[in-house]
Design a protein around this ligand. Structure first.
Ligand SMILES: *Cc1c(COP(=O)(O)O)cnc(C)c1O
Length: 393
């Protein structure tokens, strides 16, 4: 399968992001087995964390996911336009969102406030459909979700709308602040708040439907948080949601994405040469430098300047100086130490099984998380999908 997006023709010279669909399916199977009776929602927002929305969704479904989750209604509609029929939840609603299209496409939407409920009800009336909603309650993240003081009023309004047939409550959910930190006091506190919210729903005559509160970290590390459905994104693409607790390999996950390109230029410089913008790196010895034609516009973190590594000619080579918009320089060692030449392969990141760095390694070099590394992969980089999981016959 070839990329058809803007990254494909005329994209970044020589670069490609290869996504292993069989790894995604295997990760989904690992998660499905790990969570027991809970169902798996594969979260494929942000273009499947950079891995491709539709192929990632299909591969995860092939591996055992039974739900898909996205942030925006538009992402859900793209899944439907591609013929993906599995249940889909979109959880960020903004006033004026195209809810008619969502309801016509059988997309479940999340409701956290009275205005959202009324927009959903209006869309249900216009389309003649019963809207399927998931109620979001804030259990302590203080991000989305109905605040505890607003929850009873929302439940009363929901009960009325259920009674008049405008909506059906398919689920009730919350989201953790620190599921990746073992022992964080907020984890049991949020679970208690969720239990209380579920109890108030029942007391208000609202059946909470599917209860869901776990992201990847909680699904894997907090059994009590699994409830009926877990929402996993990063683990589906094979990266650890809690690298300080367990690596991807320790969790049985396989990173699905490999980013590679080719050296654009190789040259020698003397000792004391300042390299790249600002001369933040100076060669300590006569050196061979290689030019990698990917930059921060392609998703290479600028914060990984002089810190990130790539695999060239069988060895890890460190970024020398600042990562630029379209390119960065790597130190290939003393002249003669490497036979690398223009055109040679550069593996920027991958599963880590052949000596190449992982997205987690880049995250550490840049002081960020692997989520940011993979989801910011730029549009200039063409995607290519290998493997057969979920690929329509
Ligand atoms: C992104 C997201 C997830 C998935 O989180 P991971 O840590 O990638 O598993 C789950 N739920 C919500 C609400 C999200 O925004």
């Amino acid at each position: 399968m070839e990329a058809a997006g803007p990254g494909a023709p005329g994209g970044t010279a020589a670069a490609e992001a290869v996504v292993d669909l069989d790894a995604i399916a295997a990760n989904a199977a690992v998660l499905t087995a790990a969570v027991g009776d809970a169902a798996l929602m594969a979260v494929v927002k942000a273009d499947g964390y950079g891995h491709g929305l539709v192929p990632t969704a299909r591969a995860a479904l092939a591996g055992g996911a039974s739900w898909l989750g996205v942030a925006h209604v538009g992402e859900a509609l793209r899944l439907r336009a591609a013929g993906v029929a599995a249940p889909v939840l979109a959880w960020i609603l903004t006033p004026g969102a195209d809810l008619d299209a969502a309801l016509r496409a059988d997309v479940d939407v999340s409701v956290a406030a009275g205005w959202a409920l009324e927009e959903v009800v209006a869309a249900a009336r216009r389309t003649g459909r019963t809207a399927r909603v998931h109620l979001e309650v804030d259990t302590g993240l203080s991000r989305g979700g109905a605040a505890p003081h607003a929850w009873p009023a929302l439940l009363n309004a929901v009960a009325e709308r259920v009674a008049d047939g405008a909506i059906e409550v398919r689920g009730t959910w919350g989201h953790f602040a620190s599921a990746d930190e073992p022992g964080a006091a907020s984890v049991p506190a949020q679970l208690s708040a969720f239990e209380a919210a579920l109890a108030s729903a029942r007391a208000a005559g609202v059946d909470p439907g599917l209860r869901h509160h776990a992201n990847s970290a909680a699904a894997l590390l907090v059994p009590a948080a699994r409830y009926d459905l877990v929402r996993c994104g990063i683990a589906v693409v094979g990266l650890s949601p809690a690298p300080q607790v367990a690596s991807a390999a320790e969790l049985g996950l396989v990173p699905a994405l490999t980013l590679r390109t080719r050296l654009a230029h190789v040259r020698h410089v003397p000792a004391g040469a300042g390299v790249s913008y600002g001369h933040t790196f100076t060669t300590g010895r006569a050196s061979t430098l290689g030019l990698v034609p990917l930059g921060y516009a392609d998703g290479i973190p600028r914060h990984a300047s002089s810190a990130g590594e790539v695999l060239v000619d069988g060895a890890r080579r460190r970024v020398a100086g600042r990562v630029c918009m379209d390119q960065f320089v790597v130190d290939l060692g003393e002249p003669g130490a490497s036979a690398a030449a223009a055109g040679d392969e550069v593996v920027v990141l991958g599963p880590g099984t052949a000596g190449e760095p992982t997205a987690q390694d880049w995250a550490e070099a840049a002081g960020t998380i692997s989520y940011e590394v993979v989801s910011r992969l730029g549009e200039r980089v063409p995607r290519r999908w290998t493997g057969t999981a979920g690929v329509p016959a």
